[in-house]
Design a protein around this ligand. Structure first.
Ligand code: F6R
Length: 240
């Protein structure tokens, strides 16, 4: 795993953007796996700025998002579908037909998304990490070979996400549809962005801890091409 330590969130976003741009411009029809949450917003801003200023085009780029809440409509302002439109898709020249965000609550919905994913090969999968080490919504205990599935969110994740729901935990959906760890591990390259002291323990366990389902992100030690871009606060517990 390649670890790039940056001084702050802005530098983390810029460094991650450099990795992203290299992949996006490497060939036509690049396939990206995308994430939501606070961590990638700065990177998405860099992509939009670069598109506006340098004309980097996304018209042939295809995207698949990691996850979505169950039980809220796509038009809900808190849906990950809306998040992606507002934070990226509406500001670049991507074809909306080439963007995919999982949706639904049934086994068939999960299998349908996985079937779509089987037709492509993700060139770069972008990830954030939860305080408990989750990737996508694969919470601790998720088997490493699981594909797209429905999950019950843990209390820690519900608390962390309450900030997007008027700080009211009761408003946070209790389930999500997510790519599995097996799905994520099939991608050719993984780019993880992490910032803030509250993520420091998860970062240490991901990079230096044992590979265990108790810490889902530790599975990335088994992936051949991972770049972890992390700010100093999140890197503070790393031993080197
Ligand atoms: C989002 C996702 C989650 C987040 C994680 C960190 O699509 O898959 O795993 O990456 O919860 O969220 P933030 O970046 O908001 O701290």
């Amino acid at each position: 795993m390649k670890v790039v330590v940056c001084k702050d969130y802005d530098e983390m976003s810029q460094k991650a953007f450099e990795v992203m741009k290299e992949v996006v411009t490497s060939k036509p029809g690049v396939v990206l796996g995308l994430a939501t949450g606070s961590s990638p917003v700065g990177l998405y801003k860099c992509m939009i700025k670069d598109h506006e200023e340098n004309g980097t085009s996304y018209k042939d780029v295809v995207t698949y998002n990691l996850d979505e809440y169950v039980g809220i409509d796509r038009s809900n302002p808190q849906s990950y579908y809306t998040f992606m439109k507002e934070n990226l898709f509406d500001h670049i020249d991507i074809d909306p037909n080439n963007t995919h965000v999982p949706y639904g609550s049934t086994k068939e919905d999960c299998e349908g998304y996985e079937k779509e994913l089987e037709k492509v090969s993700i060139d770069l999968q972008l990830l954030g990490i939860g305080r408990n080490g989750h990737i996508g919504f694969n919470e601790p205990g998720t088997p490493f070979d699981e594909m797209t599935h429905i999950v019950d969110l843990t209390q820690s994740t519900i608390e962390a996400n309450a900030r997007f729901f008027d700080n009211d935990m009761n408003k946070v959906p209790k389930q999500a549809i997510t790519m599995g760890i097996g799905t994520i591990m099939k991608s050719k390259k993984v780019l993880m962005v992490v910032s803030g002291p509250e993520k420091a323990e998860a970062v240490k366990a991901t990079v230096e801890g044992p590979v265990t389902t108790d810490m889902p992100a530790s599975v990335l030690q088994n992936h051949p091409d991972v770049t972890l871009v992390v700010d100093q606060a999140a890197a503070s517990l790393l031993s080197k």
